[in-house]
Write a protein that binds this ligand. Structure first.
Ligand SMILES: [Fe+2]
Ligand SMILES: [Fe+2]
Length: 458
């Protein structure tokens, strides 16, 4: 385009042998002006297009990353990073609401401004809550706002809840915040707010699922007061052991679900068998041994818990292959099940039964040690032992608290007391245990049968 203007100028001078015709000169002058205007408009459009392209890039980038974020603080952090990249020559800050009328923040790039003092700023922030975005072009020339030329704000909201307000400041005369910048900030903040709403919804739904599972666990404990809190404690021990093994968050979550629900199939076991005081008949014994498969069938109806099924179905397998329901052996038993089995045995041994008082944790660990390699995976038994020793050796109160853990959300403390006070329930389920190892459940049952025996009933 510059070349074209030079040619026009040259043409003006060459007309009539270097003499400039006045009329023609005027026309060429107009043409030059218009061409110049078009050029400037084009340059402006090119700049705007470049800006839009950059905005699109920012929106695309945050759209790509946001779905991977699971926590609302991470959403705000990602939003802030994206805004800082898009407005790299401006000042970017996040303001958090303190309550309806106040905002709790200090923008590091705006240290002189105290939000508790500055009514202008508080007023701007209050207005920002209701507006998609605000661009202030005439910042007051007060001391605390010194240096600021423009300020732009946009809220991140989740429904009617304000999450935070993004604030962008401009202190460079050469940079100008425009309407298109407001659009970008609005899009990014709206996008983030929607995702936070989804995250909150997801958490609510998850909490409902957790509550439903705990209700189910409670129902099991109500059915068999002797196991009050058992599922919760097994869940806790199993998850702790999983952490010792370095399992990731997803594995730990499924391990915990699996442990919480491992005995849910006991709901389908007849009361007269579950609570029988005396020795079980073969038919009763076989009936109670159905509970892992019953648990498996109940939980397999929930697709989201598919990864928890191994531990549920196989928590009564034994390392030597003499367990049930499938007689799996050694490491052929899924790891999740082997972890739950150790936790299950430990809790059964440290819980009171009608025929004996609870063993202390030291005795329970010694029984687990004796059962290692036959009932229990020896490696897991060793890791579990180390973990329990570390936790309770010098902290009797922690142990005391753990023995009560889960009772209030399961059968309740009253159930636990009832269980300790009565002796009519025979612990038939413990006896059923045996997996062929003998149903003797007298207190101090030999290590050889103790763990296997206790475990089956737990
Ligand atoms: Fe159990
Ligand atoms: Fe069980």
């Amino acid at each position: 385009m510059k070349e074209l203007l030079q040619k026009i100028e040259s043409a003006r001078r060459s007309v009539q042998g270097g003499q400039v015709d006045v009329e023609l000169d005027a026309l060429l002058g107009q043409l030059t002006d218009q061409t110049g205007r078009v050029m400037r408009e084009h340059e402006g459009m090119a700049e705007e297009l470049l800006g839009l392209y950059e905005q699109l890039g920012a929106v695309f980038e945050i759209a790509r990353k946001l779905p991977q974020v699971r926590d609302e603080n991470e959403v705000v952090q990602l939003l802030r990073n994206t805004v800082e990249e898009s407005f790299s020559r401006h000042l970017v800050g996040v303001v958090w609401p303190k309550d309806d009328a106040e905002f709790d923040f200090r923008l590091e790039w705006w240290p002189k401004c105290d939000p508790r003092q500055c009514e202008w700023l508080n007023s701007l922030l209050r207005d920002s809550v209701a507006e998609a975005s605000i661009l202030v072009r005439d910042v007051p020339k007060t001391e605390c706002l010194a240096g600021l030329i423009q300020v732009m704000t946009a809220p991140v909201a989740c429904g009617s809840d304000l999450v935070c307000i993004l604030v962008i400041g401009r202190n460079d005369a050469a940079l100008e915040l425009r309407a298109s910048d407001m659009s970008l900030l609005e899009i990014l903040c709206t996008f983030s707010g929607d995702l936070i709403a989804n995250i909150r919804l997801h958490h609510q739904l998850r909490q409902i699922s957790v509550d439903l599972v705990l209700s189910l666990v409670c129902a099991i404990d109500q059915k068999d007061p002797y196991t009050s809190g058992h599922s919760m404690r097994v869940g806790h021990y199993a998850k702790s052991l999983g952490q010792e093994l370095g399992q990731n968050a997803e594995e730990l979550q499924m391990l915990e679900w699996s442990a919480l629900l491992h005995d849910v199939g006991k709901i389908g076991i007849r009361d007269d068998v579950l609570k029988k005081a005396g020795k079980l008949t073969e038919e009763e014994f076989n009936h109670i041994k159905e509970h892992p498969v019953r648990s498996f069938e109940v939980v397999s109806r929930v697709p989201q818990l598919r990864a928890a099924l191994d531990g549920i179905r196989h928590h009564h397998e034994r390392y030597d292959g003499k367990g049930y329901p499938d007689g799996l052996k050694g490491e052929g038993i899924p790891l999740q099940a082997r972890v739950i089995q150790v936790a299950d045995i430990f809790d059964a041994l440290t819980s009171s039964r009608s025929y004996r008082k609870a063993f202390d944790w030291q005795k329970a660990l010694s029984i687990i040690a004796e059962e290692s390699g036959t009932v229990v995976d020896p490696h897991l038994g060793a890791v579990f032992t180390k973990m329990i020793r570390r936790r309770f050796e010098n902290d009797p109160q922690a142990w005391e608290a753990m023995t009560r853990y889960g009772q209030s959300s399961g059968g309740g403390a009253a159930d636990a007391e009832t269980a300790g006070a009565t002796s009519t329930d025979g612990g038939a389920s413990d006896a059923a245990a045996s997996s062929g190892a003998g149903a003797s459940t007298a207190a101090g049952a030999s290590a050889a049968t103790g763990a296997g025996g206790e475990q089956t009933g737990s």
